[in-house]
Design a protein around this ligand. Structure first.
Ligand code: CMP
Length: 140
């Protein structure tokens, strides 16, 4: 399988509860390597742009408010099949449907405060990585 890179966001519900290390451990134990990392607070414009694909969805306004409610940790994860692997480690979007041992099953509070975001496809991953990182910031 090809080595890929994907974007991960540890969301405000998880940074608020000091779960950053526990979540990164899940990625590392699955064979994903953190090749770039930054803690930041999204502005409203950042969050609206990042989640622009969802702007017509009924949950968009609440999602943006939640994502700017506290710090996030944005990371580039690298590994074989990293995009799908990251999604497997996160579990289903709704923690009620997430498998045992996944990040969202163990840590998420709700479908909105679901602790982590991960890119869903190669093109999205490339665009989401570019949203936060320059090539120089990524060291494999
Ligand atoms: P994420 O992977 O960050 O992508 C979009 C986010 O919207 C999703 O995780 C959820 O946190 C949030 N969201 C809130 N409500 C819904 C919903 N009904 N369906 C899908 N995503 C939702």
């Amino acid at each position: 399988m090809a080595v890929e890179r994907t974007l991960s966001i540890i969301k405000p519900d998880a940074t608020r509860r000091n779960l950053t290390g526990k979540i990164i451990t899940k990625f590392e134990e699955a064979g994903l390597k953190v090749v770039a990392s930054r803690r930041l607070r999204l502005s409203q414009a950042d969050a609206e742009a990042f989640y622009g694909v969802h702007k017509e969805r009924p949950f968009f306004k609440d999602l943006v408010s939640f994502m700017i409610s506290g710090p996030v940790v944005v990371q580039v994860l690298e590994g074989e099949g990293a995009i799908q692997k990251n999604r497997d480690v996160m579990g289903a979007t709704n923690p009620a449907n997430a498998a045992a041992g996944t990040i969202r099953k163990e840590f998420a509070e709700s479908i909105e405060a679901n602790s982590a975001h991960g890119s869903d496809a190669p093109e999205t991953a490339a665009n989401e990585i570019k949203f936060f990182f320059r090539d120089l910031d990524i060291v494999g």
